[in-house]
Design a protein around this ligand. Structure first.
Ligand SMILES: CSCCC(=O)C(=O)COP(=O)(O)O
Ligand SMILES: [Mg+2]
Length: 231
């Protein structure tokens, strides 16, 4: 019986376009100024820049080179933990200034509320930092959805295509893995979650035809129906 929902964000609760056409360009536009302004006194920013230097091999004191690395990683959609941490810090200002709101599909917002009220525990697992996750749901187009979540996981537990990451999440949740339903639009992520013993549903939004062995949901209403079949 499913007791825990674990959901991806990009392509699952929220549109890929919002992440790639709004969030990533905003981070790219503000990265240089943010790094230059914050690197003098902000210890969290300094720690992330040190990690960027270690991962890329560039000089930790060369801010221009570090910014170049970060902009390249954004273009490549690299799921590097320090990039994700810095992006979250930059997006906070955008959300607070009202430059954008977090895109969440209506069916996802409705079901997250309903499942929460039904007693399901709900968690997020995304490559975006925990801070970024709280922002997209906290400043969403449907208001503050964070009360519906019991917790958040990012790449600190591991990469989303690695089985170990889901084993780490399972251990942190302290539940039997087959009581956890993982939702994602990426089959390789479902492969890893399934290998860790979790139940899985593939979100395929839009009219894309897909050849897969996973149960396919077009939206969270479909997930709700498929979930009752798992039980
Ligand atoms: C938390 S919203 C921004 C998501 C993000 O930065 C990202 O890279 C999405 O990656 P995912 O692995 O969740 O598809
Ligand atoms: Mg996704």
């Amino acid at each position: 019986m499913i007791r825990v929902i674990l959901t991806d964000i990009e392509g699952t609760t929220s549109s890929i376009s919002f992440v790639h056409d709004v969030l990533f360009p905003y981070a790219a536009e503000h990265m240089a100024d943010f790094v230059r302004e914050q690197s003098a006194d902000n210890e969290e920013v300094q720690a992330q820049l040190k990690a960027v230097a270690e991962e890329s091999g560039v000089d930790a004191n060369d801010l221009d080179a570090l910014v170049d690395v970060l902009l390249t990683w954004i273009r490549e959609d690299r799921k590097a933990t320090p990039l994700k941490a810095l992006q979250g810090m930059i997006w906070e200002k955008g959300y607070r200034d009202g430059d954008f709101r977090g895109h969440v599909y209506q069916d996802a917002a409705d079901k997250l509320r309903e499942w929460h009220d039904r007693g399901l525990r709900q968690y997020v697992y995304s490559s975006g930092s925990v801070k970024a996750q709280k922002l997209i749901f906290g400043f969403s187009t449907y208001g503050d959805l964070t009360p519906f979540f019991s917790g958040y996981f990012d790449t600190h537990v591991g990469a989303k295509r690695e089985v170990q990451a889901y084993q780490n999440i399972r251990d942190e949740l302290g539940v039997e893995p087959d009581t956890v339903l993982f939702l994602s639009d990426v089959a390789e992520e479902l492969d890893a979650a399934a290998e860790a013993g979790m139940e899985t549903i593939l979100l395929v939004r839009g009219e894309v035809s897909i050849d897969t062995t996973y149960p396919v949901a077009r939206d969270f209403n479909d997930v709700d129906k498929l979930m009752s079949e798992i039980d």
